[in-house]
Design a protein around this ligand. Structure first.
Ligand SMILES: Cc1ncc(COP(=O)(O)O)c(C=O)c1O
Length: 380
């Protein structure tokens, strides 16, 4: 079955009891056991829930994976991966990653004695230089956040495998519509389902997808032991969002490409970071690694400083000033004061996350209206 068919039919059998074409939402927190200690697929809602399981089947299929685990948020999913590490281990992460991931790695994980290095993953050689004998995990995002840097995932997997190091990719920006990291040899795919998978800014969720049974068992054990599972109502909302994922993402990519062209031609804009532009340093790799589009996230810089960028993000009328991304409505934000405020200022500067940077998430509004909105806001 092709992607769009799977997004609608895998994990969505009609209800045998009633014939309902949408399976019911299972709300029970516990399940009757016919004999004490008897094994049943469902015994307690934290350990398993049919609505959550159905969603896990759909997302596993879309990522070409064998197993998925759904969490209360994207950060809970990322945290679960870090629970595979222990004191003395070392983790290498790409330099422009989600600010919340940076905070988890540098301000929580470090308390367990795990050491973290940020490396420029655009260059697999730089990534390799950052590896140590005790490195256990490489954490990547492509496109990166907020600089839209492109990492050659297959090349980085190659480096990591040579050193016996596991790889994980936050695939939130690309979605499985555009990139399927497991096919490139990545061990763990993570999503903030809050973004494109849900797609309507009305649910928080996170997902991990893997192919290896033993890795799934270790992650499931950590999830069940710590408990940050996705609730059944939220699982239903994400599953509903998945049914339109491909058409939303592809249309949003088309609009983002037009917005990027508009910004690139505008004198008030000094730099546009969008992998679909031939001038983007990662364009060729993105063209190989992403199918059907270059994503619907882009960043740009305006002539001026922090204050000018702040005025622009406050002057848009359709683009709403908010963190988050991936939904039907377009959003705008200033990473230095919003999504990446939790980076140490020195790390922001070192990795090029400037004060004048503006990040937008292109939604499903008519692109002409979006361009008109940015045009008027650039005069602020
Ligand atoms: C790329 C990326 N990864 C992870 C997260 C964390 O997800 P959540 O907010 O669902 O915990 C976010 C949230 O903004 C994100 O943008």
């Amino acid at each position: 079955m092709k992607f769009r068919t799977r997004s609608i039919h895998v994990g969505n059998p009609c209800d045998p009891a009633t014939g309902a074409v949408v399976p019911p939402i299972h709300v029970a927190s516990t399940y009757v056991q016919h004999a004490a200690g008897e094994w049943r697929e469902f015994d307690y809602g934290r350990s398993g829930n049919p609505t959550r399981k159905a969603l896990e089947q759909t997302i596993a299929s879309l990522e070409n994976g064998r197993h998925a685990l759904a969490f209360a948020t994207g950060m809970a999913a990322t945290h679960c991966v870090t629970m595979l590490l222990q004191q003395g281990d070392h983790l290498v992460a790409g330099a422009d990653i989600y600010g919340g991931t940076y905070r988890l790695l540098h301000k929580i994980l470090n308390r367990s004695g795990v050491h973290v290095t940020l490396a420029n993953s655009r260059d697999p050689e730089e990534l390799e230089q950052a590896l140590r004998p005790e490195t256990r995990l490489v954490w990547l995002e492509s496109p990166g956040n907020p600089l839209m840097s492109i990492t050659d995932l297959a090349a980085c997997v190659d480096v990591a495998k040579r050193h016996g190091v596991m790889t994980a990719v936050d695939n939130t920006f690309a979605t499985p519509v555009l990139t399927r990291p497991l096919d490139l040899g990545v061990d763990i795919v993570m999503h903030s389902a809050t973004k494109y998978l849900g797609g309507h800014s009305d649910v928080l969720g996170g997902v991990l997808v893997v192919n290896q049974d033993d890795l799934y068992d270790r992650l499931y054990f950590a999830q069940n032991a710590t408990g940050a599972v996705l609730g059944p109502f939220d699982a239903f909302l994400v599953a509903r969002g998945l049914k339109t994922l491909a058409i939303r993402v592809l249309e949003q990519c088309r609009s983002a490409a037009k917005v990027a062209e508009f910004l690139a031609a505008d004198r008030r804009v000094t730099r546009v970071l969008y992998p679909g532009l031939p001038t983007h340093p990662g364009h060729e790799i993105a063209a190989r690694q992403m199918d059907g589009g270059f994503g619907a996230m882009l960043s740009f810089e305006v002539a001026g400083d922090f204050e000018k960028a702040k005025r622009v993000v406050q002057a848009t009328e359709l683009f709403q000033l908010a963190v988050s991304l991936g939904a039907v409505e377009s959003l705008i934000e200033q990473p230095a004061s919003m999504s990446h405020a939790s980076y140490d200022a020195a790390d922001r500067q070192r990795h090029g996350i400037g004060d004048g940077l503006i990040r937008i998430s292109v939604g499903l509004e008519d692109v002409d209206d979006l361009i008109r909105d940015l045009d008027q806001a650039l005069d602020a």
